[in-house]
Design a protein around this ligand. Structure first.
Ligand code: HEC
Ligand code: HEC
Ligand code: HEC
Ligand code: HEC
Length: 498
């Protein structure tokens, strides 16, 4: 009986199936059409909305043409993510690692040093930090602005590159107001990646490499290497220079600085001529397996994202640990948990050696101070101070690079090993000096186990530094903003005329 009824219903079912299939195909067709439309939409907008001038610093103006990239860029304002060592949340490194205060005595970093935040904060943070702008301290050079803002290429064009560097930080306060953004990495006509900071082009050219010959994949790292690198200010012009002439490694850059007898400051406790390393992210990364396999910074920090059917580059540049699925699992098949463990276990090992180096180097500075007090001679101290300089440079080369060594764990650990060796060698030689000058050993070291204790020990007046800064933020900065606001309209009208 059931056989009979199914036979009777058959044509009916066929028609139904046909209708369903027809509807499904129709819907898929509509979806595809809408996706295609949106794809062409993003491309077509380039010319439709705004014709971008060569030096448009305002990210929101570029954003009118490229809303997806702009919206994801704005997410760099999010400060909620914190990984075991990094992320975009506020971390006070001096609080976390108080030995750094002693290591940077006499240098502005001993006042304040924090974990970096997203690109959209760059101008705010460089204004707020206790290292800049103070009326009482010798003002920083304008060179400090170079890596903070899209206004920099515009200003360099206007006043000249060398002239830009030769000015003071405060000279450009009302000009440098738009944080890192589109203009820093893109050609406004073609949206191709391009280098806007001359220091990178110059450094590579001295190494015999013309940036015009960089491959597309290389450019996906080189745009970052405009800022995430070691650099120094040539004396007396403050011309921004990358010390790459002998090579990218810690040793090669150290040899470069030694040869020109360069130092950033003289340490007031040990009297050593010190170097300050500045986030050599690109250089450390270059020695790692990912760089060797052709993986670019953008692969991990700016992965592709799909939204509303279009694939685009996520401009929320941040810790990849907040986004392992898009950042790592494109290439790695392991679970998120496993990849997280891979990163953190490497970072833990790097941090273990880093902490040893910090304790040794801070102690070496203090012991050197005690040796001078006991009447040590220049001749006795010279080789010791050289070792301290070298130890701290090597430690900083790893510590100042972001990512706690993940970009090249093997190289990071090797360099830290040589740092500890130098610091302990210096301390061994200091014991001999103490014996020679009848100082009972071991010398008693002061308690510098918190940021406050360490700052007090090096004689830093933090109340005064904070008051100076408050004053600066209350009086100088609002005036900068007022002038900038007034200018933005007129300046851009002028730029559009060209
Ligand atoms: C293989 C993936 C990968 C590549 C390639 C890579 N990074 Fe990273 N980067 C990471 C990881 C993982 C961390 C650690 C994040 C953490 O601890 O939260 C990190 C951390 C960082 C941080 C600090 C992030 C934070 O939260 O403050 C910066 C800055 C950074 N990288 C810059 C670069 C630059 C510049 C390049 C290229 C020269 C680069 N990275 C290449 C994976 C990568
Ligand atoms: C730190 C450098 C950097 C900054 C700043 C930056 N971009 Fe990009 N952008 C990239 C990279 C890298 C790519 C990938 C390019 C490639 O592989 O061809 C990209 C790709 C693009 C593309 C091509 C389509 C896509 O999504 O891949 C557009 C459009 C774009 N960015 C717009 C913007 C806009 C708008 C801003 C400012 C809000 C901006 N970018 C800021 C580095 C940057
Ligand atoms: C014009 C200079 C400049 C360029 C170009 C640049 N950065 Fe940055 N980057 C900075 C500065 C400055 C900060 C710190 C901002 C702050 O703390 O206010 C930063 C912060 C970061 C952070 C930390 C973000 C967080 O949430 O903690 C990451 C990751 C990063 N950059 C990766 C990159 C990558 C990858 C590229 C290339 C695609 C790149 N940057 C290009 C200057 C630059
Ligand atoms: C574009 C592809 C690609 C991306 C994206 C990528 N990796 Fe890799 N990764 C590689 C390759 C290739 C190697 C080298 C392995 C080999 O050649 O056998 C590697 C090696 C590694 C290693 C072992 C090397 C070491 O340092 O000990 C770890 C761990 C690792 N990746 C983690 C990550 C994490 C975490 C991320 C995301 C933040 C990531 N990778 C993103 C391609 C990638």
């Amino acid at each position: 009986m059931s056989e009979n009824s199914t036979k009777k219903m058959k044509p009916w079912v066929y028609w139904l199936l046909f209708a369903i299939t027809f509807i499904v195909v129709f819907i898929i067709g509509m979806l595809t059409a809408s996706i295609m439309e949106r794809r062409t939409e993003t491309v077509a907008r380039v010319d439709l909305v705004r014709n971008l001038p060569e030096y448009e610093p305002r990210n929101e103006v570029w954003g009118e043409n490229f809303p997806r990239q702009y919206e994801s860029y704005l997410k760099t304002l999010d400060t909620s993510f914190r990984s075991p060592y990094m992320g975009s949340a506020h971390i006070d490194y001096l609080e976390e690692y108080p030995e750094l205060v002693v290591m940077w005595a006499g240098y502005a970093f001993s006042r304040e040093y924090n974990q970096g935040r997203g690109h959209a904060y760059a101008v705010t943070d460089v204004r707020n930090i206790l290292r800049t702008g103070g009326i009482e301290w010798s003002p920083q050079p304008a060179t400090c602005w170079t890596c903070k803002s899209t206004d920099v290429p515009r200003l360099m064009k206007k006043v000249g590159v060398a002239e830009f560097y030769s000015k003071k930080f405060t000279d450009f306060g009302s000009e440098v107001v738009n944080p890192i953004g589109c203009q820093d990495c893109h050609d406004p006509k073609t949206m191709n990646l391009r280098i806007t900071r001359p220091a990178l082009t110059e450094a590579l050219s001295r190494r015999g490499f013309d940036i015009k010959n960089a491959t597309h994949q290389e450019m996906r790292s080189l745009v970052c290497a405009q800022c995430h690198v070691e650099y120094y200010f040539q004396k007396p012009t403050n011309y921004l220079t990358f010390p790459w002439d002998k090579g990218f490694s810690a040793e090669e850059m150290e040899a470069y600085y030694d040869e020109m007898n360069y130092y950033d400051w003289i340490h007031p406790l040990s009297k050593a001529k010190m170097l300050k390393a500045q986030h050599p992210d690109y250089e450390l990364y270059m020695t790692g397996i990912h760089a060797q396999r052709g993986v670019a910074c953008a692969d991990c920090h700016m992965p592709y994202k799909v939204e509303g059917g279009s694939k685009f580059t996520d401009h929320h540049v941040r810790s990849p640990l907040a986004n392992i699925a898009n950042s790592c699992q494109v290439c790695h098949r392991e679970s998120e948990k496993q990849l997280m463990e891979d990163v953190v276990s490497r970072q833990n090992k790097v941090m273990e050696l880093r902490r040893l180096a910090e304790k040794s180097i801070a102690a070496a500075h203090i012991e050197a101070q005690k040796a001078w007090e006991a009447g040590a001679t220049e001749q006795e101290m010279e080789p010791i101070l050289k070792l301290i300089r070298s130890a701290q440079w090597r430690w900083d080369w790893v510590a100042a690079a972001n990512g706690v060594g993940f970009h090249a764990p093997v190289e990071a650990l090797r360099i830290l090993g040589t740092s500890i060796q130098r610091a302990e060698q210096a301390r061994g030689m200091l014991q001999v000096v103490f014996v020679r000058h009848n100082v009972p050993i071991p010398v008693k070291l002061p308690d510098v186990s918190t940021k406050e204790l360490a700052q007090k020990y090096i004689g830093l007046d933090m109340d005064k530094a904070r008051k100076d800064k408050e004053n600066f933020l209350r009086t100088v900065v609002p005036e900068w903003d007022r002038i900038a606001k007034e200018r933005q309209g007129t300046l851009m009208k002028y730029e559009y005329k060209r």
